[in-house]
Write a protein that binds this ligand. Structure first.
Ligand SMILES: Nc1ncnc2c1ncn2[C@@H]1O[C@H](COP(=O)(O)OP(=O)(O)OP(=O)(O)O)[C@@H](O)[C@H]1O
Length: 607
């Protein structure tokens, strides 16, 4: 039974189901590691002093036990029998010097590895964000926003440890281990082998236990991410939960998840705590062998007391890197999974790609032609089935039809968020696939139904239409669409801070802001997805006036719901199941007494 189904089954009412997380670990993959390393390439020059400092730090660390041997054998208990204080002072001073050198090189190394690591992560995050901004709507259709967010935040963050300390520590530990093994074997081969006899055992214990610990923490992370998913959904749907008085039920479900999470954390933590003592016992066995066999060798006068103490010192420094290398390996496996997910996005090609020969779309007049368009979001389910619309520059078009009839799809194709399967979209006679996407979208303005307000001031939100607009231009645009008065009545006028998604503004106010934004952008073609929510008559009037100002002299496409908007359109296109079923102005279509007439009558029945 999968972890997900366990959560689901344990929930009596089985309301929520969360998908299993993507795998947290992946096997080691050199190709991917090389690809990650490419992000470090620009910093090779800065890395060089770090590597030198690392080698210096390791050498000084290896030098200290050698001085201990010297101090014992030459100064404290020399073969001659007389202790030499001056010699001891010189050795101690030298030892102090080594410690200072070690401290300086470590400080430098840690500081610069952190700086370089942060730069690498910054580059990676930028690269990923830059890339996902280019990806087509098709990509986002397939993925929940949360999973995209996780890659830009969590997955990049989980590479942070690897880049900041991981790589350098790995090198350092390898150099240190290698150095100690050489020293131990060269100074006394037999004693060296004897003390290292426990290494394979230690390695075995360490890898087995670590694997279990890794899986336990992996389980904790999965449980936590499920809690996060539930929290995210709960917060977003809080209004619905409260409206349907589902708080108690929701709490019960949350409580179950929380308990499962705590239990799995306790299990992982217990395993973690077992790790330290196991390692200590194994290293104690190593130390026991050292003293037992060392004493034996001293008796035989094969080694000195100093050498034995020195070996004890080295052994102390031996287990740490082994331990850290095990940790590092776990970190690498996690990084493999994260980088695989990041590269999967980076390798994703935009489906709406720009031709290499694409030219900028010249300043347009605004004539638009949909030429026998066939389109499907999913294979075999056509959303548009041979649609042809011919629009002259400056005409206003209202798109009407039942939900799912294909209105938004027409708009999506005009902005080139998708490419048609068959047919062409032409602006001033130019196929929009032949021009650059930027030059196309910068001349087509769009006002969406769910007006997106970014966190910031009202002024910034209007200026989003054209970033280089002056303050005076912002005010002028707001005045033209009747937004100025309500903005001035806000506590800080144009400098009023609005929350993300514009929670403090009413629906009508948000719409007026988006009109001002579109007016500032001054596009020749304007697309309007009209909000369906009913607003009071006064605001409705304001919006109608604002619309008039906004549409003057532009080609416009409106997904229209309000009769007042539809009636004034030059041409009304009635869609049904992806086909145009009627076309003409309001009077002509009413006279026809067909689908349009039916839609309008239905609207009246609700009034
Ligand atoms: N991203 C998508 N992926 C798959 N199918 C989609 C997608 N968007 C729309 N569709 C389907 O395409 C068809 C046309 O949808 P479209 O959004 O154009 O309708 P609409 O007339 O704008 O509807 P509404 O008035 O409800 O907004 C519908 O059957 C819809 O289910």
């Amino acid at each position: 039974m999968s972890a997900t189904s366990k959560v689901k089954a344990s929930n009596k009412n089985e309301r929520f189901v969360y998908q299993d997380d993507e795998l947290i670990e992946k096997p080691f993959n050199w190709g991917q590691l090389r690809r990650l390393a490419m992000y470090m390439k620009p910093y090779t020059k800065q890395l060089l002093p770090v590597v030198i400092m690392m080698i210096l730090g390791t050498l000084t660390r290896l030098g200290v036990p050698a001085l201990v041997i010297l101090a014992i054998d030459e100064a404290i208990a020399p073969a001659s029998g007389t202790t030499s204080i001056p010699k001891l002072v010189i050795i101690a001073a030298f030892m102090l010097f080594l410690y200072v050198l070690q401290w300086a090189s470590n400080t430098y190394r840690i500081k610069y590895t952190n700086i370089i690591g942060q730069k690498v992560i910054y580059d990676l995050r930028n690269h990923l964000f830059q890339h996902i901004q280019k990806l087509s709507f098709r990509f986002y259709d397939k993925r929940p926003a949360g999973s995209v967010l996780v890659r830009v935040t969590n997955d990049v963050n989980s590479l942070q440890d690897l880049f900041t300390n991981g790589v350098v520590n790995l090198l350092m530990d390898c150099v240190q281990l290698f150095g100690i093994v050489i020293i131990l074997l060269v100074w006394n081969f037999k004693l060296g082998i004897a003390v290292m006899i426990t290494v394979p055992l230690m390695f075995l214990v360490s890898t087995t236990l670590r694997k279990r610990i890794r899986f336990a923490w992996q389980d904790v992370r999965m449980k936590q991410s499920r809690i996060n998913a539930h929290l995210n959904e709960s917060i977003q749907g809080m209004k619905v939960t409260q409206a349907y008085v589902q708080e108690k039920d929701n709490m019960g479900f949350f409580n179950q998840m929380n308990t499962v999470n705590v239990n799995s954390w306790n299990k992982a933590s217990a395993l973690n705590q077992a790790f330290g003592p196991v390692i200590e016992i194994t290293s104690a066995v190593g130390t026991f062998i050292l003293f037992w066999y060392g004493a034996h060798l001293i008796q035989q006068e094969a080694i000195t007391v100093g050498l034995l103490v020195g070996y004890a010192n080295y052994i102390g420094n031996f287990w740490d890197p082994i331990n850290r290398l095990g940790q590092m390996y776990s970190q690498l496996l996690i990084a493999m999974a994260s980088s695989e997910r990041i590269f999967e996005f980076i390798d994703e090609e935009p489906t709406v790609a720009e031709l290499t020969a694409a030219k900028p779309l010249p300043q347009i007049h605004g004539a638009v032609k949909f030429d026998n368009i066939v389109f499907e979001y999913e294979k075999g389910r056509p959303a548009l089935k041979g649609v042809t619309i011919d629009v002259k520059a400056g005409q206003s078009i209202a798109l009407v039809g039942h939900t799912g009839s294909g209105k938004s799809t027409i708009i999506n194709l005009l902005c080139r968020f998708y490419d048609p399967v068959e047919g062409r979209v032409l602006i001033d006679g130019i196929d929009i696939r032949d021009v650059t996407i930027e030059s196309l979208r910068s001349q087509v303005g769009i006002v969406l139904q769910d007006t997106f307000i970014f966190a910031g001031t009202i002024r910034d939100n209007i200026r989003y239409g054209r970033l280089n607009a002056t303050d005076a231009e912002v005010v002028k645009a707001a005045q033209a669409v009747n937004a100025h008065d309500f903005i001035m009545s806000l506590p800080d006028g144009y400098d009023t801070q609005v929350e993300e998604r514009g929670n403090v503004l009413s629906m009508g106010q948000r719409q007026l802001l988006s009109f001002a934004r579109a007016l500032l952008a001054d596009p020749r073609i304007l697309i309007l997805d009209e909000a369906t929510a009913s607003i009071d008559t006064e605001t409705e009037l304001k919006i109608q006036e604002a619309l008039k100002a906004l549409l003057a002299g532009r080609t416009s496409f409106m997904i229209a719901h309000r009769l007042s908007t539809i009636r004034h359109a030059d041409e009304i296109i009635v869609l049904d199941h992806g086909k145009i079923v009627e076309q003409g102005n309001h009077e002509a279509l009413i006279a026809k007494r067909g689908v349009y007439n039916g839609l309008i009558e239905a609207q009246y029945r609700f009034l």
